[in-house]
Design a protein around this ligand. Structure first.
Ligand code: URA
Length: 237
């Protein structure tokens, strides 16, 4: 699809259209190696190499990132007061329109997908797709086989909402057990509320996978990286 040079540059990063126009007029942009000062110049993004100050722009229609979210960070695009997952992205991963596809609470850590592809996020989050989300959770009191059975049957939340059957596995027993929970929906504070009706509080919560996509254990908290095409396809199964 052909589009204006300034629009193309703005779409691939964080520059506004007018900033992109200014760069072009100042002669800082080349198209196939030749300086182009015409911001309205029409390009076929797949067929040309556009460079800004000599650095080529690698065209990506949409981007998909995985982040290992730390605690204390809001899982939204922007907030006037608190740091968000988008604020944590390094400059080279910044791009207009990025948002987290699915939310984690401020104190929850682990796997978050960030994208600017609204259709993709919609498909990933659609309740009827029932994409499995796996969490590790540290609780404030012991778990029993009855808890496991209650999760399997479908927890009824305090407000009467019936949750889909979920898997609860005890990974470490004791007074502060570690458990693995897999849910196929994404209600507000769902895991905390599910344990709440079992009289247990959540001391720590981490999302470790979505579909078959595991959080990359090499990512330190706060770090992010692009997903590969293969990893993207793992999100839906
Ligand atoms: N369930 C919760 O309670 N919190 C999260 O952040 C995710 C799932």
């Amino acid at each position: 699809m052909s589009q204006r040079l300034d629009k193309f540059i703005a779409s691939q990063g964080t520059l506004s259209r007018s900033d992109a126009t200014r760069l072009v007029r100042r002669g800082r942009v080349t198209v196939n190696g030749a300086v182009c000062r015409d911001a309205a110049f029409k390009i076929e993004e797949a067929d040309v190499v556009v460079a800004v100050d000599g650095t080529p722009i690698v065209y990506q229609k949409f981007v998909y990132l995985m982040m290992n979210k730390p605690a204390g960070i809001l899982c939204v695009s922007r907030d006037p007061k608190v740091k968000t997952v988008v604020d944590l992205l390094p400059p080279e991963q910044q791009r207009k329109g990025l948002f987290p596809a699915g939310r984690l609470d401020k104190d929850t850590v682990g796997l978050v997908i960030l994208t600017d592809d609204g259709d993709f996020a919609h498909r990933m989050l659609a309740p009827k797709k029932a994409v499995a989300k796996c969490y590790h959770v540290r609780l404030d009191g012991p778990l029993s086989d009855e808890d496991v059975a209650a999760f399997r049957e479908g927890i009824v939340l305090a407000d009467g909402t019936l949750c889909r059957p979920a898997s609860l596995k005890i990974l470490e027993d004791g007074n502060e057990p570690l458990a693995e929970v897999v849910i196929t929906e994404g209600r507000y504070h769902q895991i905390k509320r599910m344990f709440g009706v079992r009289d247990r509080g959540v001391n720590w919560l981490k999302r470790v996978s979505i579909g078959r996509l595991q959080l990359d254990t090499r990512l330190k908290e706060g770090e992010s990286r692009y997903l590969t095409a293969d990893e993207l396809s793992k999100l839906f199964v």
